[in-house]
Ligand binder design. Structure first.
Ligand code: ADE
Ligand code: ZN
Length: 322
């Protein structure tokens, strides 16, 4: 059992979140509400039935349900409500700054305009800063199961909203979609001074992390836990203090680790890696940032010093100015 004082320490310490997919913060209650007002049918009858379906054998099992859920988002107000609901969770979790991922291609392919997505999220970001005192950035991710031309088209469209977007990322089905496939679009994003991040080493091997660093020139790796099988890579990541946005409950729910007590996070810290705790898709994986801290602290016997280190790392790894 985790002590009451450590629990308090976790909930009180200010944190940033650097790995959060806004579509993955879509709680079933809000999903049903938006579906109803948009006259869209959900293939589950109730919130409970939908939640019961959240059993995943791997990343692809999850992605299938996650893209399905996103289908009810049509109007600017939908993106606003989704994002505002996440900011309220940030407040509860003492997340004072967050760098939100969005997947425009998921919505563009259904006829939703880039303007609708960006304006809804941006309006919520402005309100959250003013009303809740939470700062944020927006990172748009390219879906790696689609081709690079689609990513390039998406980037060109996103350039119309350059002031609202700090960077680009890469997500969706990892294995079989090597980072190299997106070399040109990341080079183009770099020319535009976007910050670059990519999911790598979640299900895929350490070679994908090398690929994201060498072929895409990313400054931050999302997940990256598979680096622990590669001594040379551990040394490189530690020496260069490359941030790794680790998501323990995600890794558990997607069966990347069998048990949280087998999670490599503590070993990553012991090796001097700049890792921190994030929630990834909290509506699907059973918890926001504090819950990720709590369950990981319990499973790995983390100390107050470890918690402090993880929180400090989250600020250091953010795109906030010094
Ligand atoms: N999209 C949303 N969550 C993701 C994850 N954990 N890995 C890859 N793509 C994602
Ligand atoms: Zn992710």
């Amino acid at each position: 059992m985790i002590s009451e004082s450590l629990e308090k320490y976790i909930s009180n310490i200010p944190k940033t979140e650097l790995h959060l997919h806004i579509e993955g913060s879509f709680e079933p209650e809000l999903m049903f509400e938006i579906a109803r007002r948009n006259n869209i049918n959900i293939r589950f009858k109730t919130v409970e039935e939908l939640r019961k379906a959240y059993q995943f054998g791997n990343l692809q099992d999850f992605l299938d349900i996650y893209y399905d859920g996103a289908n009810v988002l049509i109007h600017e107000q939908d993106f606003y409500d989704l994002t505002m609901a996440y900011f309220r969770k940030c407040k509860e979790n003492n997340v004072v700054h967050t760098e939100i991922f969005a997947d425009p291609q998921t919505h563009l392919s259904r006829g939703v305009k880039m303007e609708t997505i960006i304006n809804g999220i941006t309006r919520a970001r402005e309100d959250a800063e003013r009303e809740l005192g939470i700062s944020s950035y927006l990172i748009i991710c390219f879906l790696r199961h689609l081709d690079e031309d689609s990513a390039i088209e998406t980037l060109e469209e996103a350039l119309n909203y350059k002031n609202e977007i700090i960077g680009v990322g890469l997500d969706s089905s990892e294995v079989g979609n090597h980072p190299e496939k997106f070399k040109r679009v990341f080079a183009r994003a770099k020319e535009e001074d976007f910050r670059l991040v990519a999911h790598a080493g979640e299900e895929g091997p350490s070679e994908y992390i090398w690929g994201a660093l060498r072929e895409l020139n990313v400054s931050r790796i999302d997940h990256g836990i598979r680096c622990m099988n590669d001594e040379g890579l551990i040394d490189y990541l530690a020496e260069n203090q490359v941030p790794l946005t680790v998501c323990p409950l995600s890794n558990l729910k997607l069966q990347v680790v069998k048990n949280l007590s087998h999670h490599p996070l503590k070993e990553m810290l012991n090796n001097g890696l700049l890792a921190m705790i994030n929630s990834d898709d909290p509506a699907y994986f059973g918890g926001y940032v504090n819950e990720n801290f709590l369950q990981t602290a319990e499973a790995l016997n983390l100390s107050e010093e470890d918690i402090l280190q993880l929180a400090k790392n989250s600020f250091k790894a953010s795109f906030l100015p010094e």
